[in-house]
Ligand binder design. Structure first.
Ligand SMILES: Cc1cc2nc3c(=O)[nH]c(=O)nc-3n(C[C@H](O)[C@H](O)[C@H](O)COP(=O)(O)O)c2cc1C
Length: 537
């Protein structure tokens, strides 16, 4: 079977109650990776810090057709895009320790994801086309290469005026240092969080993002400069986005000429992040799931999900984005109203045209198995949100533990949510999420259940990381939705895969659990001091 390496890797990186996936088992502080990559010798373009504004409203940017008018692309708005997606959001400190948090969430706060800008001339930013690495700590762009206008015209041919490109790469070692082999999964979750963060920040400026998935991974490496030889930890290219301040052309142009970027004069040397490393086989696996060149005829929804269109709130998008934090503990008390619960789930549906899922060219492949603990007026138990309604019959076959498939009380007709088992699931939630109390002490926790056999069979091994990107994107949205509802959430990468499958009665690989989340009332850690992200704020 052509996807065998994916199945082998996926099985090998499952946490089992009797044994965690292969990992170091301790933290080797002497080799702790530097969380900030810099390219020494590359010119730094400083970006503005842009304080959050009341407009646009949070709910507006997620409502198809209600994006704000497109802002002009210039130094200030490019600054704002990065400030609201990949920048630092705060520093935390206790005693002599100090660490930065970012707008995009990352497993263990290790931040393997690096961001890149590829653009033509931008007023106030650059007169010549360039490729730049985003340096989060400095909130600036390191110019890796400048290039000729002809090359730019080839790259952006067919895209609307003002289009630029955003790239994401992963430094797997940052996560592998702590988590070993399973770290690859977390890197791909994190890439999905960053992808979601970029799509949502762009929407706040009235810009639209689309994944450009015709180029192969090798072409991305040429474009972003990560194929240039160096001695530091490798950066594996993940994805390329077009960011467009204008209506999106259909079909999307191909973005040509990427390979030719390898011949540019690249500036700057990447810093070494750790003095020594442990090999976990991740680079070899990542090489096996690289996407080959070629446009893909993606499967689209047979019947797209529909929104219940709950009433809009007054909260401001950019405040929610920059105040997002993980709960480190949940209070075990806070309850969520039924309508807020339904509203939050509604937002995770890839309704046609809705940000951020309209960035992805394929239909949703993930469903949410919810362990509901404290939601008013609906019984605790196991629920399923079917994010692609056409999968309902297959899910009914595969989830053999379901008692019923009934819609809970008051559930909007459009929301494909079903109660499968009425039960107190707090104990199960805690056990399955590696005995973490946050999974049982929230209002609800959830498992993201991915269609697995079918998309891997249809597209090939390279689709495996893309399932995680969708999971991370849902995760970034859940974080923001929890903030908008006045509560908090936390991504949970540590869970026991097959025990969760047993709870659902999943007995094969038609569906696999890829990511957990918890949502509830947070307990603040009073020992920590919070400092501004950038000193002059
Ligand atoms: C993919 C992923 C997996 C995570 N897994 C866990 C987890 O198992 N347990 C936990 O307490 N937090 C988990 N987190 C939360 C991170 O530790 C948190 O995002 C990080 O410390 C940064 O803090 P912030 O989210 O407040 O910016 C996870 C986050 C992500 C993105």
């Amino acid at each position: 079977m052509k996807e065998r390496p994916v199945y082998d890797f996926h099985e090998a990186t499952k946490h089992r109650i009797e044994a965690f996936a292969p990992g170091p088992g301790f933290l080797d502080w002497a080799t702790q990776p530097d969380p900030f990559r810099r390219y020494a010798g590359a010119r730094l373009i400083r970006l503005d810090t842009v304080a959050p504004t009341d407009e646009p409203r949070y709910d507006a940017v997620f409502t198809p057709g209600r994006l704000p008018a497109a802002a002009p692309v210039n130094h200030h708005t490019i600054s704002q895009l990065f400030y609201d997606s990949l920048a630092l959001s705060a520093w935390k400190s206790t005693g002599a320790s100090r660490w930065a948090l970012r707008v995009n969430a990352s497993s263990g706060n290790l931040h393997p994801t690096e961001g890149y800008l590829v653009c033509g001339p931008v007023p106030g930013l650059c007169e010549r086309p360039l490729v730049a690495h985003y340096a989060a700590r400095a909130h600036g762009l390191e110019v890796r290469a400048e290039f000729d206008p002809e090359r730019w015209h080839t790259l952006c041919a067919g895209f609307p005026a003002g289009t630029f490109f955003l790239g994401l790469t992963s430094i797997h070692w940052r996560e592998a240092w702590k988590y070993g082999q399973r770290a690859y999964r977390y890197c791909m979750h994190d890439a999905g969080h960053a992808l979601g963060a970029l799509a949502i920040a762009a929407a706040g400026l009235g810009w639209q993002t689309r994944l450009l998935d015709a180029p192969g991974t090798d072409e991305l490496a040429a474009l972003l400069g990560t194929s240039q030889p160096h001695e530091a930890e490798p950066e594996e290219p993940d994805l390329l986005l077009a960011c467009m301040p204008a209506p999106v052309p259909e079909p999307l142009p191909a973005a040509e000429g990427l390979r030719s970027f390898a011949a540019l004069s690249w500036q700057g040397s990447p810093n070494q992040l750790s003095p020594s490393h442990v090999a976990w086989g991740i680079e070899a696996f990542a090489a096996r799931v690289r996407k080959p060149h070629g446009a893909i005829a993606y499967e689209t929804f047979a019947a797209p999900p529909r929104s219940w269109s709950p009433p809009a709130r007054t909260v401001a998008l950019r405040r929610i984005i920059r105040q997002r934090r993980s709960a480190v503990a949940m209070d075990g008390e806070t309850r969520l109203s039924r309508d807020d619960f339904y509203r939050l789930l509604d937002r995770t549906l890839a309704v046609p045209g809705a940000v951020p899922f309209n960035t992805l060219p394929w239909k949703s492949h993930l469903h949410l198995a919810l362990l509901v603990h404290r939601v008013d007026d609906i019984p605790p138990g196991l629920y399923l949100l079917v994010r692609d309604p056409a999968q309902r019959a297959l899910l009914e076959q595969a989830l053999t533990r379901a008692d019923t498939w009934v819609k809970p009380p008051g559930c909007p007709e459009q929301l494909p949510l079903y109660c499968l088992i009425e039960a107190d699931t707090r104990g199960a939630a805690r056990e399955i999420s590696c005995q973490q109390d946050i999974a049982s002490d929230g209002c609800f926790s959830l498992a993201m259940l991915a269609e697995f056999d079918a998309p891997l069979e249809r597209y090939g091994a390279w689709f495996y990381p893309r399932l995680y990107w969708e999971a991370g994107m849902i995760g970034q949205l859940l974080y923001l939705e929890a903030e908008a509802a006045g509560i908090r959430s936390t991504g949970i990468g540590c869970f026991f895969d097959d025990p969760m499958h047993e709870v659902l009665g999943v007995k094969d690989h038609r569906f696999q659990d890829l990511y957990h989340f918890t949502v509830g009332g947070a307990v603040e850690d009073a020992r920590l001091t919070t400092l501004p992200a950038y000193a002059h704020e």
